[in-house]
Structure formats: structure tokens, C-alpha cells
Design a protein around this ligand. Structure first.
Ligand SMILES: Nc1nc2c(ncn2[C@@H]2O[C@H](COP(=O)(O)OP(=O)(O)OP(=O)(O)O)[C@@H](O)[C@H]2O)c(=O)[nH]1
Ligand SMILES: [Mg+2]
Length: 268
């Protein structure tokens, strides 16, 4: 099996600098919202961000709940760790979910006037999507790749709420190999940092071992070659077009096209 980069990680200098700036801004922040991926809430939580969050009332948002196993997500929301003042699971693109989030945020601080809320999370978690949804317009740049937001920026949602968007911050070291491919697969790492075919081999192997267990659908997952053949990814001479199939495979996976899945469960 090809293993181009067994130590996938991504912690460029701008992340360390952003982390320092976020700490400086805490002085004017009333609440910190940490956005994690509902499919892997433990791996997508950055301890450095949680250290910052813990210095303020702290709300945890499980985003991409539309892709995760609903029962497991509900268990995560119920498992409120010490220090958290609230938690909620959302599809960041659903109006109904965003309304519930506004209510939770408005209730998360005591003072009269405008509450200032800093949104933090790993790259591609859905921070800017939530900001656009709450503001009601596309004010923050959103793209389906890691590392889109580059600076800290305030947005006014209502007389009661102002939100601070922030760049995605990854951990300096992603400790386990499983953690590395899972974070690559779910979109927290830029494409050029990992070998996509290796990541597909890893998820295929994982799924083959775990399908039908908690959080993983009972259907099997196609191999990349099976997927390419089924979907007609071919080049001249009837060769499979694995490059385009690779892109499509990751896309389908991240739209729950193979079913909704949760890689991690809260401790019992
Ligand atoms: N299915 C699904 N997709 C989402 C959800 N929230 C965000 N996305 C998608 O995830 C991608 C990344 O969203 P962004 O809002 O740019 O993420 P970000 O956390 O601001 O990313 P950086 O600025 O790179 O750190 C976009 O393609 C969004 O449409 C969600 O709840 N469900
Ligand atoms: Mg962003």
C-alpha cells in the first residue's frame, strides 16, 4: 500500500499567530463557541482552542449533524463536559437549526446589550457557514476546503449578538494514524497534504471491519476501482479514470452518499 506521508499534519505559522490573536481578543468576548464535526467530535476538537474556550462561558456546536448518526449525535449533545454552558447539533445550512442556535447563544450570556461571541474550530468545521446563516447573508467567505478564513473578523447578527469569525486551527500534531486519515477524509486538511487514494484505502478497510456496528451503516463501501467502474469513470481504451473517481468518492462520502456515519461515541 502506498504511504506517501505517514505523518500527515498541518500547522503553518499563521495558525500559531492566529491562536495568539484569539487569546488577545478574549478580553472583549463574552462567550466562545467551539464548532466540532458531529462525525468525529473528539478528533475534531482542538485542545488548544478548548483551553481558550474554557476561560469563558463555552458552547459546543456539533456541525454536520446531517451527515452523522442521529442517535450518537444526540448522545454527544447530552454528554455536556464541565464548563460548557450549552451544546447543540446542527446542519449549518438549515434555517431551523440556526434559529435554535441563536436562541441558545442569546441565553448564554447575562449582560444587557450586545453579547460578543467568538467562533472557533479546526479548518473547514463550518464556522463561516454558521456566521453567514446567522447574519442571513453571505458575509463570510465559505468554501469546501480547509483554510479559507485567514483573519479575525466581527459580524453583527442582531442588536443582541456580534460574532467573531476566526481561521481554522489544527493541532500541531495529529497523534494517531487513524486520526490523520479521518481528519483528511472529513475535510480538515488541505488536499495537497495527503494522498487521497491512501485515505480511500484506509476508510474502505475501516468500513469493511466496522460496518453494521454503532455509527457505521450496514451496507458495504465500494473500493475505489468498483466505484469508478460503477459510475463510469473511464478514459480512452476503457481504462478506469481513478483521479476523477477519487475526487468524486470523497465528495460522495462527505455528502453521506454512502450513508450517515459517526466514527466516535461519547464515553458511557
Ligand atoms: N453537510 C454539511 N456541510 C456543511 C455544514 N456546515 C458547513 N458545511 C460545508 O463545509 C464547508 C466548509 O465550511 P466553512 O464555513 O467555510 O468552514 P470554516 O470552518 O469557516 O473553514 P475555514 O475558514 O477554512 O477554517 C462548506 O462547503 C460548507 O458548505 C453542515 O452542517 N453540513
Ligand atoms: Mg471560515
Amino acid at each position: 500500500m502506498e504511504q506517501r506521508d505517514p505523518h500527515i499534519q498541518w500547522f503553518p505559522g499563521h495558525m500559531a499567530a492566529s491562536l495568539r490573536r484569539m487569546e488577545e481578543r478574549l478580553a472583549v468576548v463574552d462567550v466562545v463557541v467551539e464548532i466540532v464535526d458531529a462525525r468525529l467530535p473528539r478528533l475534531s476538537a482542538n485542545p488548544a482552542l478548548e483551553q481558550i474556550a474554557a476561560r469563558r462561558p463555552w458552547v459546543r456546536v456539533y456541525s454536520r449533524a446531517d451527515l452523522a448518526d442521529p442517535t450518537i449525535t444526540a448522545a454527544w449533545v447530552a454528554s455536556k463536559p464541565a464548563g460548557q454552558v450549552g451544546s447543540i447539533a446542527i446542519d449549518g445550512k438549515r434555517q431551523g437549526d440556526l434559529k435554535k442556535l441563536i436562541m441558545l447563544l442569546e441565553g448564554s450570556f447575562q449582560k444587557k446589550g450586545t453579547g460578543r461571541i467568538m467562533i472557533v474550530g479546526i479548518p473547514n468545521a463550518g464556522k463561516s457557514t454558521v456566521i453567514n446563516g446567522l447574519v442571513g447573508r453571505n458575509v463570510a467567505k465559505v468554501e469546501n476546503r480547509a483554510g479559507v478564513t485567514k483573519s479575525l473578523q466581527w459580524f453583527r447578527v442582531s442588536p443582541r449578538l456580534e460574532l467573531l469569525d476566526s481561521p481554522g486551527i489544527l493541532m500541531p500534531k495529529i497523534v494517531t494514524e487513524t486520526g490523520q486519515w479521518m481528519l483528511a477524509l472529513t475535510g480538515a486538511l488541505p488536499r495537497e497534504r495527503y494522498d487521497a487514494r491512501t485515505v480511500i484505502e484506509r476508510i474502505h478497510q475501516y468500513w469493511t471491519e466496522h460496518h453494521g456496528t454503532a455509527g457505521i451503516p450496514s451496507e458495504t463501501l465500494p473500493t475505489l476501482e468498483e466505484f469508478a467502474a460503477q459510475r463510469g469513470f473511464r478514459r480512452k481504451g476503457d481504462h478506469l479514470d481513478l483521479d476523477n473517481a477519487t475526487r468524486q468518492y470523497l465528495k460522495v462520502f462527505n455528502e453521506a452518499g454512502f450513508g450517515r456515519y459517526s466514527f466516535e461515541q461519547p464515553e458511557a
